[in-house]
Ligand binder design. Structure first.
Ligand code: 16G
Ligand code: ZN
Length: 559
């Protein structure tokens, strides 16, 4: 192997930021590939992105496939950035490779050549490796950025990382995270879609328009095809604007807000969810007519929530239609189609599953169990856990309450529904619905279009969507800063604390004081905090329970 040369601006010592300053990263600063990949202040990222892109190029050669590199820090402030890798079918990176990524990033500048040589040797040796067999015609690194100012500089770092072993680099520019995932799958499976922005817009909007034509609004429908979207001042603004060009206004009329201000500042899905408040630039005056139907994207448009002004908007409070409510809406629609299918006693059965996390509102879980007659699967926080559990079903609906979710479809679904051009309307609906959805990852644009289709199908207004399914139990989330979150260990899909000793008992005692209550405490995977989640019969009791649990955490933190 020739001498490995690393551009100094992408080393730990010479790490150079987008403003041209050298921001060295000391060797004792270690990192871990977490649920969101690597995510920090943008200054730290050039050397991290460079090394991640090298690793992506190795994975691309190993599998002779396109591998994605997405540069974004999602809902974090504008000064942050991040990087995560995407596997060939558009899925999250395999967990074994998360460990490799951590190893490569943590190597010192002096050790890096050896670490890389060892990786290269190991993969050359492995018998399945396409590198060893010289079959690397399709290997490429596909890279996208969000709208942050540090993005273009980090794109160059990625280009340099892929160039280390001369792997083809495809810059797909400013895209939502789901568009990057979709492109990676499209590069690897050309029959899926054209791997361009337009290919993505055409596939999703095309399915939407066909399904729209097939959908009959029921008599007395209260569906409204107008909505206002909070773009978080992020990538949703330019990209969703382009997607909407494909959809006639009579079908869906969308007004975009928060397109050009400070990213995620006082707006965006994370703000609306945590603060339960209307975002900036939405109507906050009690006497003016409130906007009837609104949705909010996060900064990289992989999360969506619907909302509207609550009670004449006193204090700017928003009523949320969160990921749980979207999941239940989708599942209700799918179940209606599946019930028709099953009633004809078909040879092939199709099984739907629903996956949630402990953050799912207790009422949504009860509704799924009692009305949809499906036992929801509860998994730990983080998309990969949900995605994996949902992949066990023919139709796997998964959503986090925070608005990150999608539906995945099995090979069996492919052969029964997609490849069998059935004239039966419920099967055609399922087929088209599966194409409106972005099955690679939660996608704010696709989820919005799918939501509108289903609301129209049922003839539902926001009131109907709220009242005809379930009423949310009052709930609260509190962030508690702690010195060391690693002392908190959970089990039972994060619903039970096993460490520190005795803490779960104290939680149980507090929870027992309130009616219809439920609560849990878990360490955040993305911030140095512990999160408290509480539900109870009234909002007041919910806050009381939340506060008392906050005290429980603080008493440990300071012990
Ligand atoms: C990451 C996860 C998101 C999860 C959040 C939880 C992915 C792509 N993203 O953003 O799903 O809800 O972390 O953050 O997996 P927390 O651990 O700080 O609560
Ligand atoms: Zn996001």
């Amino acid at each position: 192997m020739a001498n490995l040369e690393f551009p100094p601006q992408y080393t730990r010592a010479g790490n150079t930021t987008h403003t041209g300053e050298v921001h060295s990263i000391p060797q004792d600063e270690q990192f871990a590939y977490g649920t969101a990949g690597f995510r920090f202040r943008a200054e730290k990222l050039p050397f991290i992105v460079y090394r991640c892109a090298y690793l992506a190029s190795l994975r691309a050669r190993q599998l002779d496939s396109a591998i994605g590199v997405m540069i974004t820090a999602s809902h974090n402030p504008a000064q942050d950035n991040g990087v995560k890798l995407v596997d060939p079918s558009g899925d999250m990176l395999s967990s074994q490779w998360e460990i490799y990524a951590t190893e490569v990033i943590n190597a010192s500048d002096a050790d890096l050549p050896k670490v890389i040589r060892d990786f290269e040797k190991n993969f050359q040796r492995s018998s399945q490796s396409k590198i060893a067999r010289g079959l690397i015609h399709n290997a490429k690194v596909v890279c996208g950025i969000d709208t942050r100012v540090s993005g273009p500089h980090l794109m160059e770092a990625a280009r340099a990382g892929a160039a280390l072993f001369n792997v083809k680099f495809v810059d797909i520019g400013v895209v939502s995270t789901p568009m990057l995932h979709y492109s990676v799958k499209s590069f690897n499976e050309p029959e899926f879609a054209d791997p361009t922005h337009q290919g993505y817009y055409d596939a999703i909007s095309g399915a939407f328009k066909k399904l729209y034509e097939m959908t009959q609004e029921p008599d007395g429908s209260r569906y409204q095809p107008e909505l206002i979207v909070d773009c978080a001042n992020g990538v949703g603004a330019p990209r969703f604007r382009e997607l909407l060009k494909q959809i006639p206004k009579e079908m869906l009329s969308v007004e975009l807000r928060n397109e050009n201000g400070e990213l995620n500042h006082g707006c965006g899905a994370d703000f609306v969810k945590i603060a339960q408040k209307m975002p900036a630039n939405f109507n906050l005056t009690p006497d003016a007519a409130p906007e009837p139907k609104c949705a909010s994207f996060d900064g990289d448009a992989d999360r969506i929530l619907y909302f509207r002004a609550k009670n004449g908007c006193q204090g700017g409070t928003a009523e949320l239609f969160d990921g749980d409510r979207i999941a239940v809406l989708f599942a209700t629609y799918i179940k209606e189609q599946l019930d028709i299918y099953t009633s004809s006693k078909p040879r092939n059965s199709l099984k739907m599953g629903i996956v949630q996390t402990a953050y799912a509102n207790g009422s949504s879980t009860r509704f799924i169990r009692e009305h949809l007659k499906i036992e929801p699967i509860i998994v730990p926080t983080g998309v990969k856990h949900l995605h994996e559990a949902a992949s066990e079903f023919d139709i796997g609906v998964y959503f986090e309450a925070n608005g990150h979710g999608t539906i995945v479809f099995s090979k069996h679904f492919d052969s029964v529904v997609r490849r069998n051009a059935s004239p039966l309307v419920h099967l055609r609906r399922l087929h088209l619905f599966s194409r409106v959805i972005n099955e690679t990852v939660g996608d704010a644009f696709a989820d919005l279009l799918a939501t509108e289709i289903v609301l129209r199908h049922f003839g539902w207004s926001m009131d109907d969507w709220n009242q005809k399914l379930y009423q949310d139990v009052p709930n609260v989330q509190i962030k508690v800063p702690v010195a060391d979150r690693s002392i908190f260990k959970t089990t039972n899909a994060e619903q039970t604390l096993v460490k520190p000793d005795g803490l779960q008992k104290r939680i149980d005692e507090e929870v027992a004081k309130y009616k219809d209550s439920r609560a849990f405490i878990r360490p955040s995977g993305t911030e140095n905090i512990v999160r408290v989640y509480a539900e109870a019969d009234t909002l007041e009791n919910t806050h009381r329970l939340g506060k008392s649990l906050e005290q429980v955490v603080l008493s440990i933190g300071s012990a």
